[in-house]
Design a protein around this ligand. Structure first.
Ligand code: PLP
Length: 225
């Protein structure tokens, strides 16, 4: 069996065990295979193993790799998990099913306009800067109410979830717990958190979307976040 297929089976088993321990059902979490920097043939292998949700960080790379794949496999779900510039929103709205990194009013305006123009509505999550890190994107928790109000009332957007990348190399649990609280307060459906190193903790804390790259495809040559 190929390494990638083997990894997927292993991750799925680990997810099931975490879900069982947390008293949650198997349908409660979706595995997003983070395919940034990976080849189309690696992605095909993952599809062969039944993988359907993929995450990409860059619009252009995703367009290049997924335009053909999408026409071959009708049930792929593509998530944008990297920063989105306003000059890329038209392409992003055309390609992605979920945009997880909505983080500022200007981007919300551009997305609302692009969605109207394309007559296509990707699902939207708001990125939260849960560790208050100056170098990171995301809305800080205190500003979330205002930001959601603006997106919903002024722009008519529907926001289905929250996502975060907690601070690196520290115990993520307090951040995951804080995210779970926010998503519950907002009565949102999706909570995207947990990567290769900490997806079990994320599932225990209530994640609904985990984003796994290196544990699934192997180590990346290029370090990009
Ligand atoms: C790269 C990336 C991941 C996956 O990271 P791994 O540690 O390889 O699992 C998840 N989320 C985001 C936003 C990423 O940029």
């Amino acid at each position: 069996m190929s390494k990638i297929i083997n990894n997927i089976h292993h991750i799925r088993a680990t997810m099931q065990e975490a879900l069982r321990q947390a008293g949650r059902s198997d349908q409660d979490v979706q595995l997003i295979a983070v395919s940034k920097t990976r080849s189309v043939s690696d992605i095909r292998e993952a599809i062969t193993a039944g993988q359907r949700h993929f995450g990409e960080n860059r619009v252009q790379e995703a367009v290049t790799k997924f335009t053909t794949l999408r026409s071959e496999y009708s049930n792929l779900e593509l998530h944008l998990i990297g920063p989105l510039q306003t000059n890329k929103v038209d392409e992003a709205v055309t390609l992605f099913d979920v945009i997880q990194t909505l983080d500022r009013p200007k981007l919300a305006q551009a997305l609302a306009k692009a969605m109207l123009k394309a007559q296509r509505k990707p699902r939207l999550y708001v990125e939260i800067n849960i560790g208050y890190e100056p170098q990171k994107a995301g809305v800080v928790p205190e500003k979330l109410d205002d930001f959601l109000g603006y997106c919903r009332e002024d722009l008519g957007l529907i926001l289905e979830g929250l996502m975060c990348i907690p601070p690196h190399n520290v115990n993520p649990k307090p951040y995951f717990d804080a995210m779970k609280k926010l998503v519950d307060q907002q009565k949102m459906e999706h909570l995207s958190m947990g990567m290769s190193a900490d997806f079990v903790e994320a599932i225990m804390a209530g994640a609904t979307d985990i984003r796994v790259g290196s544990a699934l495809f192997g180590e990346r040559d290029v370090a990009i976040i």
